[in-house]
Design a protein around this ligand. Sequence first.
Ligand code: GRF
Length: 193
Amino acid sequence: MVLSTGTNKIKTAVFISGTGSNLESLIKFSKLNKSPISINLIITNNKLAKGLKHGTIFKIQKKIINFTNKNVAEKKILLELKKNKIELVCLAGFMKILSKNFITNFKGKILNIHPSLLPKYKGLNTHQRALENKDKYSGCTVHIVNSKLDSGKIILQKRVKILKKDTPDSLAKKILAQEHKLYPKAILKIFSL
Ligand code: GRF
């Protein structure tokens, strides 16, 4: 595996709230020579987020931001992004909805990964809803974030077959495994355009 120092790469911040398995896969991807991005900052609203350990392991700066006052929180984040010259934000299981003001004030791209085949099942409980509707397929989507929830331009999607025996948990696991491949692929696609 070829590793690169990341000095000329697009400075990226990843926002998380929980486990951070997508964060881990993005960090590993960022270390490959072919990756256009480096991960320079991790932002979370949750000081107990398990994913913060990846910041410690890979020596990436972490910032825990209290969201009691969203306006104040977003101002703090924008400052951090500016200070660290961040050009790309990847939302990866970030459970706060960013305001229109934040989105227009950040002068870079914001991407999100969502566990459904958008425009189906925006918001939460996507796997449960796909199963209840007896869908044959679900999957995941990487899209650009705009001011409407889970509605920005779609970059890439991956379909996953739903089996009769699937539960919300088993479906989530299968889809998550695909998310780990799809996010890096979508980043490669965007920056090779
Ligand atoms: C993923 O399914 C992602 O699509 C959704 O939240 C989950 C986060 O998982 N937005 P992880 O924290 O990356 O493991």
